[in-house]
Design a protein. Sequence first.
Lengths: 204, 204
Amino acid sequence: MSSLRELSRQAVRTRIAEAAEALFLAQGFHETTVDEIAAAVGMSQRSFFRYFASKEEVVLEKFDRQGEELFARLNSRPLDEPEWDSLRACFDVLVVRLNDDAQRDRAIQEIIESCPALLAAQLERVNRFQEQLADRLAARVVARDPEALPDRLVLRALAGAAFACFQAAITYILRGNDDLARLADHLDHTMEALRPLGSVTAAH
Amino acid sequence: MSSLRELSRQAVRTRIAEAAEALFLAQGFHETTVDEIAAAVGMSQRSFFRYFASKEEVVLEKFDRQGEELFARLNSRPLDEPEWDSLRACFDVLVVRLNDDAQRDRAIQEIIESCPALLAAQLERVNRFQEQLADRLAARVVARDPEALPDRLVLRALAGAAFACFQAAITYILRGNDDLARLADHLDHTMEALRPLGSVTAAH
DNA sequence: TCTTTGGTGTCAGTGACTGTCAAAGTGAGG
DNA sequence: CCTCACTTTGACAGTCACTGACACCAAAGA
């Protein structure tokens, strides 16, 4: 049964991720070697790379899961809602998650920003995610009106702009040592200020 | 004379970059080793790393120069111009540059997108650049009205949103095999659609 | 001429990652 | 209980990006 096998595989991944996170927190990302992580969970370096394609993935894999949740939230939004509002609602998934364990998430984000290569990898993931988000927004436009031709170009930019707001709010809090609980407020304020004038349904 | 030394250093960097680019174009970024590049310009691997901090930097250094030009363009814009329009004007620096040698730039961008690590590094540079851009926009707000408190948070998001438009337009062209000459049109269209409603001068 | 200084090659080393292979574990069927 | 197929694992060797140390050399200046 492959699903059972998948389950145990996920369990091992979690064990690795927890051990790695502890080491990263204690001594930094760059200063921690894959050998150390592997030793901490009692496996060879070779096996570590059977569960994670890279050292970076250990830190960043959770974002993939959050991305899935964000898509699910998008599906639950009414079709006639303006895209900008739908995007704002989607971000609540991340906002809530960040408040669940604010202390730890802050520490993880600091780890990410402490290492340029890690931050870069995160940005690349976010970038890919924006592409997918634009696709789904386009699908929603068509679902709303099968005759409409969604403007893929504008939708891609719209997703990017929304994430720019989120990114700005997050780094504002992290850098200013503001409370993560105020993230929703900052995000509201920023997205309201950047709310676009135009419509997005018309094709280019 | 340090300026003369800087000059020759820049000349060597250019020679390396040209040789490297030829190799990347011919056989791909990942498939080209630093040893090969060094051999192509007749130096040791060690010396290569005296001129470039990493293999990626060879491809991405030009963006730093373009960033400087973009800042200069921002300085030449009237202070009372809306930020969104100033940003659009700044991008003309990049648009013109991309039309100068469209064929080559397209090839380079394909190299970048062919390697996730390279794309990630580029996104990280763009991200840092947005931070600086937000700082300068804030300075312009103060220069316009010394009493005003610029909203750093919104300005950061604004810069990010503008780049999202640019990024969307570029990838739209590259993926759709559209002509790079139409970049300005796509950029106009996208930035017009995303033009923000709100003002940016009021502090949060 | 002697010395200082900046650039260079060589060498050795680290660390992320990959391919290969043989051994060990695991479950189904005889 | 044994066996056969299949998966997982560790050990090993190798590649490649990158770094530190050091000796060397050429040019510039005292």
